[in-house]
Design a protein around this ligand. Structure first.
Ligand code: C5P
Length: 398
């Protein structure tokens, strides 16, 4: 995900998990965001500011009264610049200070001055985490709109086992993406299908296609970040499920039809991004088919067109979006699908275009609606996902 133009302030307090913040800052820097790190004095006992200066490309702030500062009143400048403020790890001590409005160092002073979305990721010994005083502080922070990322459970550095581990970097990154996303899909139920289907010939072999699920997974992730309640019906892929989406794994086109049709009436928006098989073997051999001399013929029959079924069984106000991948006559074929399947939008991409299609992180699509065709420039699949959601939301509001 690209965060170019955004400023992320990362506060690091003095727990052993401070070392994990190095990966977090490195990953945030790679998104193109401007990353500023503020450390407490105790955090500097665990890991040095130099590590974060190298990874963020910016000077690390520690002491409010550092006279070698770049800005006039640094805590105010950083607070004003921040689009999101993430404290990870957040110790019990720092959480207590933030909850009480105490501002006695650079981190606590800056977060008190900041008006942007704030996230804290508590990491500490289980006894400290479960202590009612700490829980009350977390409740206080939540009541002020601060997002609390729940710690993981497991073996802690102190030897205890329980809640209190800093979550994976991917979970922290996702909380930042969500805090920066517009919350314009709140209350909407969105179903996305993704990936290929597998049509079994026998217990060993299947017919499938090259879909990797990247576009559909980006759509599901973007919809979650924008506040939607998302169901992702996915064929077999090797991608991590988007955080916050309900994953329904399926294999064949028939299973996908079952998963989608049984949930369709509860959805406000359905995006059929999956590359569903159009044909399936008429019979599946119960045992592995043994080879013999000569050619093998397999009888195939048509699968159910899931999108076509959705178009014919649409609930009032529901929006339907399909995808179309072609190798020639892209726009003619895609416009025909818009009509035939009775859907609101077809997203067309040509397998032959550089940067488009299976497995790439980018896509080059043309959006077809009743209003006409709108080609989008080449962009990341995450950005394509947001552009599609923008247009679908606009159609819903019309
Ligand atoms: O007609 P065509 O297969 O090219 O249309 C592609 C669109 O239809 C995609 O959105 C795909 O998910 C959907 N589709 C479907 N069921 C099928 C085949 C395709 O829902 N059996």
């Amino acid at each position: 995900m690209q965060l170019t133009g955004k400023t992320v302030v990362v506060g690091i307090s003095g727990g052993i998990a401070a070392y994990k913040a190095a990966q977090l800052v490195s990953d945030l820097h790679k998104t193109g965001a401007e990353v500023h790190v503020i450390m407490t004095k105790n955090a500097c006992e665990f890991i040095t500011p130099l590590t974060f200066e190298t990874l963020s490309g910016n000077r690390v702030s520690v002491d409010t009264f550092d006279r070698n500062f770049e800005y006039h009143v640094e805590h105010v400048s950083l607070a004003k610049k921040a689009d999101v403020f993430l404290v990870a790890p957040a110790t019990a001590n720092v959480l207590a200070k933030i909850a009480a409005g105490i501002a006695d160092d650079m981190l606590t002073t800056t977060i008190l001055a900041a008006r942007c979305p704030k996230i804290v990721a508590p990491a500490m010994n289980t006894g400290m985490y479960d202590n009612p005083i700490n829980q009350r502080n977390l409740e206080t922070l939540r009541s002020y709109g601060v997002q609390v990322v729940e710690p993981d459970s497991g073996l802690l550095a102190c030897g205890d086992s329980g809640r209190g581990r800093l979550p994976e970097t991917s979970v922290l990154l996702e909380s930042v993406y969500r805090a920066l996303a517009k919350q314009d899909l709140c209350g909407l139920r969105v179903l996305v299908t993704a990936g290929p289907t597998r049509e079994a010939l026998d217990p060993v072999r299947f017919i499938s296609n090259h879909s990797t699920g990247k576009m559909g997974y980006q759509l599901a992730a973007a919809a979650v970040r924008r506040g939607a309640q998302v169901t992702l019906v996915s064929g077999p892929v090797s991608l991590a499920p988007p955080q916050g989406a309900q994953l329904v794994p399926v294999s064949s086109a028939a299973e996908m039809f079952q998963a989608v049709s049984s949930r369709a009436s509860q959805q406000d928006l359905i995006i059929k991004c999956a590359a569903v098989a159009d044909y399936t073997p008429a019979t599946t051999a119960p045992e592995k088919m043994k080879k013999s001399e000569g050619a093998l013929s397999v009888q195939l029959e048509r699968t159910q067109d899931i999108l076509g079924w959705l178009g014919a069984h649409r609930t009032p106000g529901q929006l339907l979006c399909g995808f179309s991948m072609e190798t020639r006559d892209l726009l003619e074929n895609s416009a025909a699908k818009l009509e035939r399947k009775k859907v609101d939008m077809i997203v067309a991409n040509n397998l032959r275009d550089a940067g488009a299609g299976f497995g790439t992180d980018t896509n080059l699509v043309t959006i077809l609606t009743k209003a006409g065709a709108e080609p989008l420039p080449l962009m990341g699949k995450d950005e394509v996902a947001n552009q599609l959601l923008d247009r679908l939301l606009a159609m819903r509001q019309r």
